[in-house]
Design a protein around this ligand. Structure first.
Ligand code: ADP
Ligand code: MG
Length: 394
């Protein structure tokens, strides 16, 4: 997908949000705001270890068409759910009053109000082409689009740097989903043609050029469609193991374990499983830094082996992959990908592969054939150009 295609894609989603608004509310919206889903190029399960991640924004966006209203009421329609819901002051006064998809919207209003902002009441209509529940962060796209719209419409004095943490609170506290800061940071702060290098300890960000089009490359994303298995429990177990290991090693977080001399450090841990978990996090942080260094030097193709090594580490050391994603990675590599890895928290979700721009069809066919051979559900695939973060569309 080229940049022009990307703009067409956003325009099409925006048209649906605006049409939904006009037919539902009988007036034109004051404006429309867009925020993207994301994939993480590299740096998995490093966020809660105070480490590094490198996501980029997808062309697929969530668009919210909005008009402010004088009373403190928020009426929200979503094309995806087909429902229209009303939120009043009681709903946004404390977390958990609203469940289901409305929680993400109510959570944003709650988080803004809880931070002391005077949030304007509004009518909202939402459309999206970020796949829901595929690990591409449709939840962060929804939160980020709504937050950006309400902040702009209300003229809130809320610097962009401070927005991801508020959107994350909406998800963590209101919707009750524990997640790191990566998804909301990516949806809000990513730029066209760049990946976002985020230090999850300091929250410092740096835009790293990742212009795959200019390099004659493409990122193929494969939605494995593997049923998510035990995600919440396994996530909590990995997190607990990492935190316990940091305590045992006497460091604030695994980010502080140096990659040099790792074997000696690991020898201080009794449990071989915990040793492998630590090795994943430490080597993954180093791979993120190496990827960033290569991209800064314009050596895009050369990041391939780091992506593949990241996958092996997730499969063998962190043990968060499933046969569907391992199959997609193997098939993509065999079909000539420079590198491939699962992206996202694991136990399903998506795979990304770095390929020559003109190899999208054969690599896709190879992955689909491998799935057929194993009787897996046919995966969805698309190519992802690093796209802009949250912004006003019209
Ligand atoms: P992911 O963020 O990986 O897509 P999550 O489970 O975190 O998966 O979030 C998916 C949920 O977010 C959906 O089940 C729905 O409740 C909500 N959601 C996301 N986008 C929309 C949308 N456009 N309309 C309604 N709900 C949405
Ligand atoms: Mg999510």
């Amino acid at each position: 997908m080229t940049r022009t295609d990307q703009r067409d894609v956003v325009a099409a989603v925006a048209a649906r949000a605006i049409d939904g608004f006009t037919s539902g509310y009988g007036e034109q919206p004051a404006g429309a705001w867009a925020a993207p889903g994301r994939v993480n190029l590299i740096g998995e399960h490093t966020d809660y270890n105070d480490g590094f991640v490198l996501p980029f924004a997808l062309p697929q966006q969530t668009v919210v068409a909005v008009t402010p209203r004088p009373e403190p009421l928020w009426t929200v329609w979503s094309e995806q759910s087909g429902e229209r819901i009303d939120l009043d002051l009681a709903d946004v006064a404390e977390p958990g009053r609203v469940t289901g998809w409305g929680a993400y919207v109510a959570g944003v209003v709650w988080a803004l109000r809880d931070a002391g902002f005077d949030v304007p009441g509004a009518r909202l209509a939402i459309a999206s082409d970020v796949p829901l529940g595929a690990g591409l962060s449709s939840s962060a796209a929804l939160e980020s689009a709504v937050l950006t719209a309400l902040a702009d419409l209300g003229g809130l004095d809320l610097p962009v740097d401070d927005r991801p943490a508020l959107a994350q609170r909406a998800e963590n506290v209101y919707a009750g989903m524990p997640c790191g800061i990566m998804d909301q940071s990516a949806s809000i702060r990513c730029r066209d043609g760049h990946a976002l290098f985020l230090d999850c300890r300091s929250l410092a960000v740096e835009q790293i050029p990742f212009d795959v089009d200019a390099a004659g490359l493409a990122v193929l994303v494969v939605d494995s469609r593997a049923p998510h298995r035990h995600v919440t429990g396994e996530y909590a177990a990995r997190r607990a193991a990492c935190e316990a290991a940091a305590r045992a090693l006497g460091v604030p977080a695994l980010r502080d374990v140096p990659a040099d001399g790792l074997d000696e450090t690991l020898a201080r841990l009794d449990d071989p499983v915990v040793r492998r978990r630590v090795r994943h996090v430490v080597t993954e942080n180093r791979r993120v830094l190496e990827t960033v260094a290569l991209l800064r030097a314009g050596r895009v193709r050369e990041i391939g082996p780091l992506l593949t090594a990241s996958h092996a580490s997730m499969r063998d050391d962190f043990e968060i992959t499933v046969p569907e994603v391992d199959t997609a990675v193997e098939a993509a590599l065999t079909a000539g990908a420079y590198g491939a890895r699962m992206t996202g928290g694991g136990f399903g979700g998506c795979v990304l592969a770095l390929i020559d721009a003109n190899r999208s069809e054969p690599v896709t066919a190879a992955v689909k054939n491998a799935y057929t051979a194993q009787n897996f559900t046919t995966p969805h695939t698309f190519t992802a150009t690093p796209s802009p973060g949250a912004h006003r569309h019209t």
